[in-house]
Design a protein around this ligand. Structure first.
Ligand code: ADP
Ligand code: MG
Length: 341
């Protein structure tokens, strides 16, 4: 694929790279096309956001790049290692440099363990002494704003959602990973706590030189934490680029509709922000998968899958009509947004 697959991006600064990543689930109802030919790079120290409505394949992509999901096709590389070709032993060793933080922090933590036990659980048992583990626990708990003396002996159920997410973050940090995939890390938290956790993630990222894949359906959240963004729809990439370019001059009708449906800073589009239903991933539309809901659809959209084209310094779009639309500023977007159809 052109665009994000450009050879110049395959520099040594690329921590994670996906090429034509495809994940399909065989179900009694047929094959679910969860992720279909997705290519992207995440460079060292940057935060790449995956955005799109529920069901568009964000979590599957996040899990697949850590090989927590069986990959049907394509390739994933971590630094220079092809993860898709790795056997389980070397994969396990490499996974220690990649961590994941989930939406529901309490559910992601073993309820029987104490906070102190939880945060050092991922450290290699044989190579770390008890003193080292205690030291690491103190350090990472302090780093995420928890008091080792007060919170260390608690169990996950005794923690608030925000505290539990701090523990999950401490646990990931203890291993000193290069790459962290955050899957909707603040979506389950009270709005008042969300900003604290986002700031914590931003601070820790800078301090530890982390590379992040940040999954969220909330555009305001994405805008506040990300350097680059990849907009997905029904398992495919619509648009990708720097946050400034994608949010400042969205080119894909889907991205424009998403942004139009967020009139106030804190709104997300988890509800029916766009008119019409997302088609079934069991039988996605031919050509462009967004065409059945697209206000700018033309005949070509049902016969040809749009390839990703470069339209700016760090801006790529997969749409047959996008560029003209941007130039003319004339896509008559009439998606329902907050007002209803
Ligand atoms: P998102 O995170 O963007 O909400 P997901 O990656 O969770 O989307 O899901 C993408 C699609 O794959 C959805 O249609 C979802 O129902 C489907 N899916 C996810 N996991 C499975 C699974 N284990 N088996 C079958 N279908 C799945
Ligand atoms: Mg998800």
């Amino acid at each position: 694929m052109a665009g994000t697959g450009d050879a110049h991006l395959r520099s040594r600064d690329v921590v994670l790279s996906a090429r034509d990543l495809t994940v399909e689930y065989s179900t009694p109802g047929g094959v679910v096309h969860a992720v279909s030919g997705v290519s992207f790079d995440v460079r060292r120290g940057e935060t790449l956001a995956l955005v799109g409505e529920s069901g568009c394949g964000k979590s599957t992509t996040g899990r697949a790049v850590l090989r927590l999901e069986r990959i049907t096709g394509g390739q994933v590389s971590f630094h220079d290692t092809d993860l898709t070709a790795l056997r389980s032993g070397p994969l396990r060793a490499l996974r220690r440099r990649m961590q994941m933080i989930f939406q529901d922090p309490v559910a992601s933590l073993n309820p029987r363990r104490t906070v102190r036990e939880l945060v050092v659980e991922g450290l290699a048992i044989a190579s770390e002494s008890a003193a080292t583990r205690a030291h690491v626990a103190d350090r990472v708990l302090a780093e995420v704003g928890l008091d080792p003396a007060r919170h260390g002996a608690m169990r996950p159920r005794q923690l608030s959602g925000g505290q539990a997410q701090r523990v999950a973050i401490a646990r990931a940090l203890a291993i000193r990973p290069d790459l962290v995939v955050c899957d909707e890390p603040v979506s389950a938290l009270d709005v008042s706590v969300q900003a604290q956790i986002l700031n914590l993630i931003k601070d820790l990222k800078a301090e530890h030189d982390l590379t992040l894949v940040f999954i969220s359906h909330d555009l305001a959240v994405v805008r506040s934490v990300s350097d680059r963004v990849m907009v997905m729809y029904l398992g495919r990439i619509c648009e990708t680029g720097s946050v400034d370019e994608v949010f400042g001059s969205p080119a894909h009708p889907y991205t424009r509709a998403l942004l139009d449906s967020v009139p106030r800073p804190r709104r997300s589009f988890s509800g029916p922000a766009l008119s019409g239903e997302v088609p079934s991933p069991l039988d996605p539309p031919s050509g462009c998968r967004f065409r059945t809901r697209c206000p700018a659809v033309i005949a070509q959209c049902s016969t040809e899958v749009p390839t990703i084209r470069r339209i700016g310094p760090d801006h790529h779009v997969a749409c047959h009509v996008a560029e003209g639309a941007v130039a003319a500023g004339a896509i008559g977007l009439s998606v329902s947004g907050a007002e209803g159809p």
